[in-house]
Design a protein around this ligand. Structure first.
Ligand code: ADP
Ligand code: MG
Length: 360
């Protein structure tokens, strides 16, 4: 369906993509991951003709769209794109946003366009918001409207460029749920995302981008559990680590809980374990925030091992200079609670203070 050969794209002297060779088949759901700036957006923008490649071929159903006289309009109609920032027309209602392209580009009569618009709006759960203006919608609703607008053109391929990265954490799920529903219809999709759990569950192939191209490709299990190449391994390993650094006197336990909950969802960590982790952190960090020196920096590092479903928690703190769990002022009930939740606890002096390690 999409066949890319020797694709090269640069901006001035900055070669962003080089020597890309890949086939995307009908019905594929491709998850594109990689560090920021590695060219993920550029790749899908080349596929969607928003950027002109320097050289190489991008064939869509056999037609090379990188050629000067390619039939751009008809190729564009096969593809829809969903952007990070929705790109809705702000002075038009949701319905007007959805019917505009079908009426003007596909020349569909208005009455039919409206009927079809309601069917796609229904699919994304937005038919009751048809008359709303974009600024009356939440971010999640805007993105669902944008997906409906894209579907109204009946594309054969949908390209998503980080569709949830501009959203509030509370709204990510509703958009992911819609995308999940959409790919179940069998539409060919390329999804650039930072939501690794989502990419893993939804995609049949993962492209990991690095070094100006698709550095490693494989099934989700291959890439996430058995990456072969060095940079993929490092990237995947880092993903699984949650790191939070704070000036302990400025502890915001709710912010930390929010970030941890996202991390937990990403790796499908059991609720029971996440609750235990939150409890332990709250007891220890609140104690430290009341007993540590003014400028002390504290780090929290959580790593989750999928293989044995264990969480390793590391808390590095400057003061007190001892195992905080053995501090005379540490609450006895809290201490017992922590010993009940963690299977293994150790505390050692480190470079800047102490490191408390717990396994749960
Ligand atoms: P990603 O989506 O993986 O974060 P991008 O494809 O947006 O990466 O960008 C890849 C590289 O190309 C970056 O170095 C970026 O600065 C550069 N780049 C992207 N778009 C342009 C542009 N329109 N003009 C100049 N440089 C660009
Ligand atoms: Mg990008």
């Amino acid at each position: 369906m999409i066949s890319i050969r020797q694709l090269k794209k640069s901006f001035g002297n900055n070669v962003v993509l080089e020597n890309i060779n890949v086939e995307i088949n009908k019905g594929d759901v491709i998850g594109v991951i990689g560090p920021s700036g590695c060219g993920k957006s550029t790749l899908i923008r080349c596929i969607n003709l928003l950027e002109a490649p320097d050289s190489g071929e991008i064939r869509i159903d056999g037609v090379n769209i990188a050629e000067k006289n390619a039939p751009i309009d008809s190729i564009r109609q096969k593809m829809g794109m969903v952007y990070q920032n929705f790109n809705l027309f702000s002075h038009k209602t949701v319905l007007e946003n959805v019917i505009m392209a079908p009426i003007h580009l596909l020349r569909i009569p208005k009455k039919q366009a409206i009927e079809e618009a309601f069917s796609v709006l229904k699919m994304v759960g937005m038919s009751h918001r048809a008359d709303f203006m974009p600024d009356q919608l939440s971010g999640g609703q805007k993105q669902r409207a944008a997906i409906a607008r894209c579907l109204a053109m009946k594309p054969e391929i949908i390209l998503f460029d980080e569709p949830t990265s501009a959203l509030d954490p509370t709204m990510i799920d509703e958009v992911l749920a819609v995308i999940r529903k959409l790919v179940k219809t069998g539409i060919t999709s390329v999804i650039v995302t930072h939501e690794m759990g989502f990419a893993r569950n939804i995609a049949n192939r993962i492209f990991f981008m690095e070094e100006r191209g698709i550095y490693e490709e494989g099934t989700p299990d291959e890439i996430f559990d058995h990456p072969k190449r060095e940079k993929t391994k490092i990237f995947i390993q880092k993903l699984k680590i949650f790191e939070y650094k704070l000036q302990i006197r400025q502890l915001d336990i709710y912010e930390l809980a929010g970030k941890l909950s996202e991390y937990g969802q990403k790796y499908d960590i059991a609720k029971r374990q996440m609750n235990g982790l939150n409890l332990i952190l709250e007891e220890i960090l609140v104690f430290l925030s009341q007993n540590a020196d003014h400028k002390d920096m504290t780090s929290v590092i959580v790593s989750y091992q999928e293989a044995n479903q264990q969480i390793q928690l590391e808390i590095r703190y400057g003061s007190p200079s001892m195992n905080v769990l053995e501090h005379p002022d540490f609450d006895e009930i809290s201490r017992q609670l922590i010993h009940g939740l963690a299977t293994d606890i150790s505390c050692l002096p480190g470079e800047m203070g102490y490191t408390l390690k717990l396994t749960l």
